[in-house]
Design a protein around this ligand. Sequence first.
Ligand SMILES: Cc1cc2nc3c(=O)[nH]c(=O)nc-3n(C[C@H](O)[C@H](O)[C@H](O)COP(=O)(O)OP(=O)(O)OC[C@H]3O[C@@H](n4cnc5c(N)ncnc54)[C@H](O)[C@@H]3O)c2cc1C
Length: 420
Amino acid sequence: MSQRGFPAQVDIAVIGAGAAGIAAARRLAASRRVSVLVLEARERVGGRTWTVDCNELPCDLGGEWLHSADRNVVAGLAKQQGFDIYHRRPDWTTRLRNSGASAAEEADWIAEREAFYWAVHRAARENEDRAAATVLRPGGRWNALFDATSTWANAVELDRLSVQDNNRYEDSGVNWRVCEGYGRLLTRLADSLPVAFGTAVSRIDHRRKAIRLETARGTVTAARAIVALPTSIVAEDLSFDPPLPEKQEAAAGLPLGLADKLFLRFSGQLPGIDSDAHLVGSTRRRETMSYQVRPFGRPVIQCFFGGDFAAGLERDGGMPVMAAFAADELAALYGNDIRRQLTPLAASGWRRDPFARGSYSYARPGHADDRTVLAAPVENRLFFAGEACSPNFFSTVHGAYMTGEAAADAALASLHRLSA
Ligand SMILES: Cc1cc2nc3c(=O)[nH]c(=O)nc-3n(C[C@H](O)[C@H](O)[C@H](O)COP(=O)(O)OP(=O)(O)OC[C@H]3O[C@@H](n4cnc5c(N)ncnc54)[C@H](O)[C@@H]3O)c2cc1C
């Protein structure tokens, strides 16, 4: 349900209608014990999950993979809602063979990658946190690819990534997809929720018993509030009265890195490459893209790229510049004729998006524990959710979802204690 006019007073206000806010609001609504209102800055729900139609093909500009699908709460919801799950696993580990690497090179990359992960794990157990780049072998053959891979997985280069935080991420290695789009699933999950759109919250006044939320469309008061916003917004846009410097510093320690996508129409076939296969543009450059050829068997090449490289492409003009870069890399691998078969369909620009300003959170070295600080409630009245609050599934949709449910449970329990 969308609301243009909204109540001036509710029991619990949820700020943000991304995965975390949707999860919180669903939980609260299901309790039937409280009145709820979701305050959302955009004119849509889903936040950093967003499915758009490209020539009738669903394309996820944000979250796409049901990571750790065998432990992913949202995978169960997708099935309940009648969405189709695509169970084919990605070939991320072995994709080099599709990019022209020899079997020996691929084996070397896989062995080095394993060694790198163990080095991160060992470094994470030291008392002092440090940047993941410090475990790289100086001058190593695969260092540029490690960095590029980090911009896809962590949305940031290794020199800014905390080893302790990275080591806390849990990944069961099972990755599925939603055929209709992850974003569309989140939209369905929000179907009957009371959402006030176009209602950016700018200030949270928690001096008195009733919390006052100042929004672009007037003030709402609530007994409890759940802040389910990206760290960029908590750190820079939101003001709290009284101020909450610990919260805002924790959010700043967990900035959003950048990962972007470009969808190209492509109805041809690449010689020797199966549908759904991944390849990389270059194993020698940090500034390169990962390509998925004909995902789901559809006539598309999906390009994925991140970090400073993606930020530069956004700044330099977005989709046309991204598409020209992708065409150059694919032409270098498969010949110039491929250029004529590529038509840009859609591209993301998450850094420029005013209500995200990035893609997913990473911890700066020394800031792994900021996730706990950010997630902690304030006086049992203000609760925090969102992917960055997850201790082990940060940067994902299901991680965000779980923090939303946890915040809703805590908010309900705090009200229950009052009325008991
Ligand atoms: C390119 C890309 C690829 C990704 N791939 C995957 C993937 O494959 N699998 C996966 O699990 N995850 C993936 N992610 C990450 C995943 O999408 C996010 O971690 C998750 O969606 C975050 O949910 P959230 O609820 O924490 O935040 P958000 O989705 O950002 O929700 C916050 C909401 O708050 C709103 N808002 C902002 N400011 C205000 C304000 N002042 N007042 C009110 N509302 C406000 C926003 O509009 C938004 O709707 C990807 C993300 C990107 C960008």
